[in-house]
Design a binder for this molecule. Structure first.
Ligand code: NI
Ligand code: MN
Length: 225
């Protein structure tokens, strides 16, 4: 499984020969100006919620790739109504895709499109594929529901927002890492806007001091699991 950071909360995943893009917000992110969305392969686009900083480039990428849009019911159906391929899910449900199993899990946040359309309940994803398991928390507060995840899935990586203001901060993300029983964390949702600036060295040291590994990738940088 290959994981690529495309800035903000956008993640690329290559698993079982399939390409997945999570929460594409690239063309309006000045820090990601070197990423060309038309060069991105996508069989699936996974959306944690409808906010513009997670969905801005969905239609362009889906039009270019014919990717299937996977999200909570209301967010997925929003794209279905526009003629895109979609797969709606809801909290607690799993589906076996051709690349692996995806479970849509709860997140504490809100969800609406830029045009005001209700986006349903926001969520996160647990993805099991190629004998590796990852959890993408999406925009969320620290929540006790995270403790449910390791009851079913032994994680190899958790992707957490760390920027505070809209989501968990670094300290809460460290507690979240305990809750999901995963010591390998990829940080996201930081530095993109003025509200969510993070001191990288300080954040990495706080995780290190808690016996955990926080990775902050350059935009376009990949890791392999
Ligand atoms: Ni959001
Ligand atoms: Mn967000």
């Amino acid at each position: 499984m290959k994981i690529t950071f495309y800035g903000h909360a956008c993640i690329g995943i290559e698993v079982s020969g399939k390409h997945i893009i999570v929460d594409p917000y690239i063309t309006a992110n000045p820090k990601a100006s070197h990423i060309d969305i038309y060069s991105l392969k996508a069989d699936y686009i996974l959306l944690t919620h409808a906010h513009n900083d997670h969905t801005l480039d969905v239609e362009a990428i889906a039009t270019n790739t014919n990717a299937v849009i996977v999200s909570g019911y209301e967010t997925a159906a929003y794209y279905g109504n526009k003629g895109f391929q979609y797969h709606p899910m809801n909290h607690g449900g799993s589906w076996q895709f051709d690349f692996g199993k995806v479970k849509y899990v709860s997140a504490i946040h809100s969800s609406s499109f830029a045009d005001g359309t209700y986006g349903g309940n926001p969520g996160g994803f647990v993805i099991e594929g190629e004998h590796k398991n990852i959890y993408i928390a999406g925009d969320t507060a620290l929540t006790m529901d995270m403790k449910l995840i390791p009851m079913r899935t032994k994680l190899d990586l958790a992707i957490f927002p760390i920027g505070s203001n809209f989501t968990m901060d670094v300290e809460d993300a460290i507690i979240a890492a305990d809750f999901v029983a995963c010591d390998k964390i990829l940080g996201c949702h930081y530095d993109t806007f003025g509200f969510i600036i993070v001191n990288h060295e300080e954040a990495i040291k706080k995780f290190f001091d808690a016996g955990k590994d926080l990775m902050l990738l350059d935009i376009g940088e990949s890791i392999s699991l």
